[in-house]
Design a protein around this ligand. Structure first.
Ligand SMILES: Nc1nc2c(c(=O)[nH]1)N[C@H]1C(S)=C(S)[C@@H](COP(=O)(O)OP(=O)(O)OC[C@H]3O[C@@H](n4cnc5c(=O)[nH]c(N)nc54)[C@H](O)[C@@H]3O)O[C@H]1N2
Ligand SMILES: Nc1nc2c(c(=O)[nH]1)N[C@H]1C(S)=C(S)[C@@H](COP(=O)(O)OP(=O)(O)OC[C@H]3O[C@@H](n4cnc5c(=O)[nH]c(N)nc54)[C@H](O)[C@@H]3O)O[C@H]1N2
Ligand code: SF4
Ligand SMILES: [Mo]
Length: 724
């Protein structure tokens, strides 16, 4: 039997609509959904190629245990009995502080997975170590929000469908398809801005695929704070700021003014490489364009001053009069009933956990309850109270994605217990005692909860699983639920969870994350309020009545700042001594001698971080890892295209072939991450493609972790190139 089931892709953030062709219970093809209101027949190559991941002969579909001769298949019961026993021993000897969980990027695309990881690690006790890919991605964004608005979850996004000037810093949506900005067909939406007479300006050290399509302003890596301080300086000194209006909604406008005062465009040009006249013009345009927004993403989050830079991006939006205004930088959200007080409560909890909880190594304050993954290896190897002895990794490949992969790889070898929840044998999972096979996105029901707050057009879609789990695969939730049952007596929170489950089952309900997500949909904008609003949405209503999804409102609501801000004053807080300290640090930071170049990242259209290099469709044309350097630097070093070079930083080195280009600021080297596959088992095609692990060049030293948010330092890393 052949069926065509509407669903959506969950590889990256636009969540494009897909139609899955299922033949006798097997996924045989994926095609873009023409009836999806926003992606409207668009999907990228990765989305289409997912059939090859789903049916990959290298996929792990039975539990694997590592033995002296490599991995061997075991039954679920064997695996879980042993894991529970060993975990129990760790808990007895070391308490919850002996256990860690790292959840990687794909975890954020499954609400049940996120719940599972949190239930597990927080349920074990107060001292468990929780890490996520967020400390390599976005914690600086979240901490800037916490400072400004009192809560990490109030993250403004550009009002893409209405803006007339979009300044993009450190983002390359033509390749990435947008991040912290869920907008299917984002390239078309940006072209719409130009079509209605507006502009898109891309501030980036590389003339990226996005910069080529719009306007490029080249910048020296990791110098964005200087540019932003100058924009503020110009706005204040030229009297462009409506101080009374801004002071109505924010505290500390004069403080910000003094902070930015020394940073004239003439003073910052040596750092940024941007001429003063361009800075002045940009500042004026941001103020005078009725609908303008400045947006920063990965490139501005992963420098040494990610929190400061992100704070300044929002400050520029605020000072220019563009925050919470149509076409400006706006707060999208599900508009749940009682949102204002939910935010207030959340703000209190987050601020308390931040002031109380610091990482054992490095003393970094907790960022939304998580620790810096860059310090994970040291948390495993450094003796003492709360040393990690048992580690769980779900949906992550930290050996490739986190600074100093070699150190982490070695650290895994010292653990009493290591368990991966994944469907591939990877550079990380191959180091674990167990690999527990999980369901893919098409084998689970879903509602993209994490991305609701970033929707450029408020939209809802939910999906049921389109195929049954392959082999013996199980969902992350079922795995954690099983472990919680086995540890029930020992862990009070799990015992309480078990009791609640029992109580609910008496009413014919299953205690699962689905129950909570359904409640959320029902109580938010467009929801059915549990029957009080006829025709409103519920999770089931979404899948049954709106299989292609539904737009709940044509635009993001504005005028919501007092709800977005969680401080009781309901006013944006600009004054923070940590921010002043970071500004002071800016001028002190020097680069080490002997490393004249700066390394930046580069995402590729046919890669998704480290995990799609085993798809033949995506690896066509003998794709290989390579770095880009500027033609002038290549000439100086007598390097020609295709030469294999050694790239060294103060922290490590790699060898990789290079290509010379004019599309870079001179002195910059761009290297994609997610390569460096190795090993004999596991993903065979990926292993053959090999490449180098760029995170051998990045630092896992506590001093190199951004002190406010625990972010890994991934851009602007000093490097040197030598011919080999
Ligand atoms: N095809 C593809 N799509 C993806 C992914 C993928 O691996 N492949 N990964 C997904 C993930 S996990 C994420 S988080 C998103 C990220 O999506 P984006 O936020 O769009 O990030 P990138 O594509 O990495 O683009 C970051 C840009 O910042 C620039 N940059 C580097 N350093 C600096 C700097 O100091 N200042 C400035 N102004 N710019 C700088 C880089 O040159 C690069 O063009 O993409 C997602 N989408
Ligand atoms: N130098 C440098 N380093 C970077 C970056 C950079 O730009 N430069 N980018 C950073 C960013 S933004 C990110 S998000 C991280 C990503 O880093 P990670 O999240 O640590 O790694 P991924 O490569 O995304 O690996 C995802 C893993 O999840 C598995 N997987 C896929 N779907 C599922 C699922 O549904 N369930 C489970 N359990 N497993 C699944 C895949 O098989 C794969 O093993 O990398 C970061 N590292
Ligand atoms: S752009 Fe992202 S969400 Fe859309 S099809 Fe491609 S991988 Fe999937
Ligand atoms: Mo990411």
């Amino acid at each position: 039997m052949i069926e065509h089931k509407p669903t959506f892709c969950r590889i990256c953030e636009p969540l494009c609509g897909m139609v899955a062709t299922v033949e006798d219970g097997r996924l045989v093809a994926l095609r873009p959904d023409k009836e999806h209101p926003l992606s409207a027949g668009f999907a990228c190559q990765k989305g289409i190629a997912f059939t090859e991941v789903q049916n990959d002969p290298d996929r792990v579909t039975t539990p694997l245990r590592r033995g002296p001769n490599g991995f061997e298949a075991v039954t679920w019961d064997e695996a879980m009995t042993d894991i529970a026993a060993r975990l129990s021993a760790v808990l007895q000897r070391h308490g919850s502080g002996g256990v860690g969980w790292y959840m990687g990027n794909p975890g954020a695309f499954s609400y049940a997975h996120t719940f599972a990881a949190l239930l597990f690690i927080k349920g074990l006790g107060r001292h468990g170590h929780y890490f996520t890919a967020s400390s390599q991605d976005t914690n600086s964004r979240l901490i800037a929000s916490q400072l400004l608005y009192g809560v990490p979850t109030s993250v403004p996004i550009p009002d893409l469908t209405r803006t007339d000037l979009l300044v993009m810093m450190g983002a390359n949506p033509v390749v990435s398809h947008g991040s912290f900005l869920t907008a299917p067909r984002i390239k078309d939406r940006m072209h719409d801005i130009v079509k209605r007479g507006g502009r898109v300006v891309v501030v980036d050290p590389r003339r990226t695929e996005t910069a080529v399509a719009f306007e490029w302003l080249g910048i020296v890596p990791d110098s964005d704070s200087y540019l932003l301080l100058s924009l503020l300086q110009v706005m204040f000194s030229e009297g462009l700021v409506d101080v009374a209006r801004v002071s109505d909604v924010a505290d500390g406008v004069q403080w910000l003014r003094s902070l930015s005062e020394p940073f004239t465009p003439e003073a910052t040009t040596t750092h940024t490489g941007i001429d003063p006249a361009s800075v002045r013009t940009l500042a004026r345009d941001l103020v005078h364009t009725e609908r303008a927004a400045i947006y920063g993403r990965l490139g501005t989050c992963v420098g040494r001053y990610g929190t400061l830079t992100t704070y300044l991006i929002d400050a520029v939006n605020l000072i220019a009069g563009n925050l919470d205004a149509p076409g400006g930088s706006v707060f999208s959200s599900m508009q749940t009933v009682g949102q204002k007080w939910q935010n207030t409560m959340m703000g209190v909890v987050m601020r308390r956990s931040r002031s109380r909880k610091r990482s054992r190594i490095g003393g970094i304050p907790s960022a939304i309850g998580s620790e810096p993954a860059a310090l994970m290896a040291k948390e495993i190897t450094t003796p003492g109270d709360r040393q990690i002895k048992a580690m769980f990794v779900s949906a992550g490949n930290p050996v490739l994605s986190v600074p100093n992969g070699d150190e982490l790889e070695a650290a895994f070898g010292t653990l009493d217990l290591s368990v991966a929840l994944d469907f591939y044998v990877t550079e990380t999972t191959s180091r674990c005692d167990y690999i527990l096979p999980v369901t893919t996105m098409y084998e689970r029901d879903d509602f993209p909860y994490t991305f609701q707050a970033f929707q450029a057009t408020p939209f809802r879609q939910a999906t049921e699983a389109v195929v049954a789990p392959a082999g013996e695969s199980r969902s992350e939730w079922d795995i954690v639920d099983d472990l919680a049952r086995r540890l029930g007596r020992q862990v009070p929170a799990f015992a309480a969870f078990g009791a609640a489950r029992k109580a609910l089952s008496a009413f014919g309900k299953t205690l699962s994350p689905r129950l909570m997500i359904d409640a959320l949909v029902r109580m938010s904008e467009g929801g059915d309020r549990f029957g009080l609003r006829r025709g409103g949405l519920s999770l089931r209503g979404l899948t049954e009545r709106h299989p292609h999804g539904v737009v709940v409102s044509p635009h993001i609501r504005t005028g919501v700042l007092r709800t977005a801000v969680a401080y009781l004053s309901r006013r944006v807080q600009l004054v923070h001594s940590d921010i002043a300290d970071e500004v002071a640090k800016l001028s002190q930071s020097a680069h080490p001698e002997g490393f004249p170049l700066r390394m930046i990242g580069m995402r590729e259209p046919r890669s998704e971080n480290s995990w799609m290099h085993n798809s033949p469709m995506l690896m066509r044309g003998d794709r290989r890892h390579h770095a880009l350097i500027h033609v002038d630097d290549a000439a100086e070093l007598a390097i020609t295209d295709g030469d294999v070079v050694q790239i060294s930083s103060p922290y490590g080195q790699i060898t990789v072939p290079v290509t010379a280009t004019k599309d870079l600021v001179a002195g910059v080297v761009a290297i994609p991450h997610g390569w460096g596959h190795k090993g004999t088992g596991g993903w065979q095609l990926a292993n053959r493609a090999g490449g180098a692990n760029v995170n051998r060049l990045t630092s896992s030293e506590p001093n190199d972790v951004e002190s406010m948010s625990g972010m890994a330092w991934l851009t602007g890393v000093p490097v040197r190139i030598d011919k080999v």
